[in-house]
Design a protein around this ligand. Structure first.
Ligand code: ADP
Ligand code: MG
Length: 319
């Protein structure tokens, strides 16, 4: 098997076929049409072995996660996913590994109607770069600079589960079998909040996906919008497995700082509270009000009794 038969066998036809794709894998470029009235939203992310995942991780989970990361960025802009390109660097041509990878990728891609339209394949240390392309009606994207004082701050799902799984995997933190199973699934098979984001788009002022930890990612909204925030730690949504595994203050600190959750953090006017709950509960997704956007810059974390809470850890930084 050479590079070309690898592409032909594993990548040429592994995802949804879309009508807006005139030419996909096989030529120098792919050719696609953006619907009239829409802007093209583009996002790219790289997962490197030893940095973003351990080399032993199941290749199907890696294919799934590489796509989730990009879909989550599109979701955070309120964009509808359409196309993906994939740059794959592999140490060797391992059929079983590739079959798993494309299976994980293709299942998630089909479920969101995404077509893989091209890519690049090279030999070297294992790394996966996925670029996602989606559409958003002109002027309607959920940006980081749209938060306004008085907005409620909402998060989908629960926080910290992936971070807890990483502590178990890398630092040997002991968890119950049940908790370990739950949080490892959250780490390895995260679900992007695409439909939730599209439902929130007409209601929200600003959005971001939580990839580097709530404090860090909400911090980007605060900076972009020139505002501050007050968050109540008792309101942070925590899974039962997470809550059962940690002391309360440790749990809050990890929920504020752990990355890899791929949940959404959204700000929206207070009067939309009931509508937000309604559109997300229709989709079976919890959406929790955790605080308020304030005029005074800075990120203030408080206990319900008013005492300030300062987490010890910081969000993940590469440099
Ligand atoms: P070029 O030399 O023109 O860059 P390549 O040999 O890199 O072409 O790729 C041949 C075709 O296969 C191109 O259409 C490219 O987009 C596609 N391709 C290469 N690698 C992948 C991959 N991992 N996934 C999807 N498409 C790929
Ligand atoms: Mg190439």
């Amino acid at each position: 098997m050479n590079e070309f038969s690898l592409i032909e066998n594993f990548f040429a036809d592994c995802t949804q076929k879309r009508e807006d794709v005139a030419l996909a894998v096989g030529d120098d470029c792919a050719l696609m049409t953006v619907p009239p009235g829409c802007e093209l939203a583009v996002s790219i992310d790289t997962l490197v072995a030893g940095v973003h995942f351990t080399a032993e991780v199941d290749s199907a989970a890696l294919g799934h996660k590489a796509l989730t990361v990009g879909l989550s960025d599109l979701a955070a802009m309120g964009a509808e996913p359409a196309w993906a390109t994939l740059a794959l660097t592999l140490p060797e041509l391992d059929r079983a590994w590739l079959a798993g990878f494309t299976q994980g990728l293709s299942k998630l891609a089909r479920s969101y109607g995404v077509q893989l339209v091209g890519g690049d394949t090279t030999r070297g240390p294992l790394a996966v770069t996925m670029q996602l392309h989606g559409f958003v009606p002109r002027g309607k994207a959920l940006r980081r600079d749209g938060a306004r004082p008085g907005d409620g701050i909402y998060v989908t799902g629960t926080l910290g589960d992936s971070g807890l799984a990483l502590q178990a995997r890398l630092e040997g933190l002991q968890l119950s079998q049940e908790a370990l199973c739950y949080v490892e699934h959250r780490l390895d098979w995260p679900q992007p909040r695409v439909h939730e984001a599209l439902a929130l788009r007409p209601l929200a002022h600003a959005a971001i996906d939580i990839s580097d930890g709530l404090a860090a990612d909400l911090g980007h909204i605060l900076k972009g919008s020139g505002v501050g925030a007050a968050v109540e730690v008792e309101a942070l949504p925590l899974s039962d497995s997470f809550r059962a595994s940690l002391e309360l203050e440790q749990a809050w600190a990890l929920a504020l700082t752990a990355g890899d959750d791929y949940e959404l953090c959204v700000t929206a006017p207070a009067e939309y509270h009931d509508r937000i709950q309604a559109v997300l509960s229709d989709r079976g997704c919890p959406c929790t009000l955790i605080g308020t956007i304030e005029e005074e810059p800075g990120f203030r974390c408080r206990r319900r009794n008013g005492a300030s809470f300062i987490p010890q850890q910081q969000g993940y930084r590469h440099f």
